[in-house]
Design a protein around this ligand. Structure first.
Ligand code: CP
Ligand code: NVA
Length: 333
């Protein structure tokens, strides 16, 4: 398999000739730990699955397998795209709201993870702390996939890479500008850009910068791929000559009490026509959704001709089907 000029190994085994060699690992907790060649392989599989006829051979690929989804926060895209993706691959998905299982009455995370591992073949977890996600992964004997934490959202960033690749035809050397809160989405975009050689410029207030540990580790990866990671408090500098303009909500789930101060602090970073004017004329607009028109992005930009947010949302489905085939142990193709 070849993508972006690189040969992609079929199995989970490390390629001895690849400087980013390494296996997939049991879990998908962050993009940082996914070797570069696997990031490219996931994008390739996602494209194949997107193009695959339905019904076709993919429709029984995960037959007999069951995925659990444990969500401590609301979700539209992540929940539905994982459930639909599992169904489209012949498996089943069980949504387990944390409020409706014994976890809510004090059963320990460890016991829950161990018991669910006896029934299920994989778990998607949406939670607050990254350390809670890590605890699920530590105790579960089945693969655990990050469905969003306060720190990161790797499935989203992989879908974003796929969307840019489809629209621009490449990733390496492009400039993605992210405007606004340096949150979970920004962190995962930094990791994603570093993996594929895409320049990432974050325009954010100094108090709302992305995670410093992620910036540091991604800069090391970026040095290998030719990417750059720039953090600036000047939104115009971030957006200048960008190929991709990206933003996300100013108040993430769990931060509702900070909403008033966030609205003030982040107002200069709104993605609007003025920022569009300094980007490349054909710059594409991304937003992971849900969006707040009139806050982080204007309606005219979000709903305008350069917006690819619906393709982006759709690509969650395709990329996560690729993730499921890889992590649930039935590699595609
Ligand atoms: N982008 C995203 O993860 O959306 P949901 O919160 O609806 O899952
Ligand atoms: N940063 C947002 C992303 C939602 C998909 C949040 O965490 O609420």
């Amino acid at each position: 398999m070849t993508i972006l000029g690189q040969s992609i190994p079929k199995t989970h085994l490390p390629s001895p000739s690849d400087s980013s060699s390494g296996g997939l690992g049991k879990d998908l907790l962050t993009l940082e730990t996914v070797p570069r060649h696997h990031v490219l392989r996931l994008l390739q599989i996602a494209r194949e699955l997107k193009a695959a006829p339905r019904p076709g051979r993919a429709s029984q690929w995960l037959s007999g397998l069951t995925l659990g989804l444990i969500f401590e926060k609301p979700s539209t895209r992540t929940r539905v795209s994982f459930e639909a993706g599992m169904n489209q691959l012949g498996g089943q998905a069980l949504f387990l709201s944390s409020e409706n299982i014994q976890l809510s009455r004090g059963e320990s995370l460890a016991d829950t993870a161990l018991v669910l591992s006896r029934y299920l073949d994989g778990l998607v977890v949406r939670t607050f702390e990254q350390s809670t996600l890590e605890a699920w992964a530590r105790h579960a004997t089945i693969p655990v996939i990050n469905g969003l934490t306060d720190l990161s959202h790797p499935c989203q960033a992989l879908a974003d890479l796929l969307t840019v690749l489809e629209h621009k035809g490449s990733l390496k050397g492009l400039k993605l500008a992210y405007l606004g809160d340096g949150n979970n989405i920004a962190n995962s975009l930094i990791e994603a850009g570093a993996k594929v050689g895409m320049h990432v410029a974050i325009g954010c207030p100094p108090n709302y910068a992305p995670d410093p540990t992620i910036i540091e580790s991604s800069r090391k990866e970026a040095a290998q791929t030719g990417a750059t990671i720039d953090i600036t408090s000047d939104p115009v500098e971030a957006a200048r000559n960008a190929d991709v303009l990206y933003t996300d909500v100013w108040t993430s789930m769990g931060q509702e009490e900070e909403q008033a101060q966030r609205l003030t602090a982040l107002a200069p970073y709104q993605l609007n026509e003025s920022l569009m004017a300094v980007a490349k004329p054909d710059a594409m607009v991304l937003h992971c959704l849900p969006a707040h028109r009139g806050e982080e992005i204007t309606a005219s930009v979000l709903d305008g001709p350069q917006s690819a947010v619906l393709d982006q949302a759709e690509n969650r489905l395709h990329v996560q089907k690729a993730i499921l085939t890889e992590w649930l142990g039935r590699p595609w193709s």
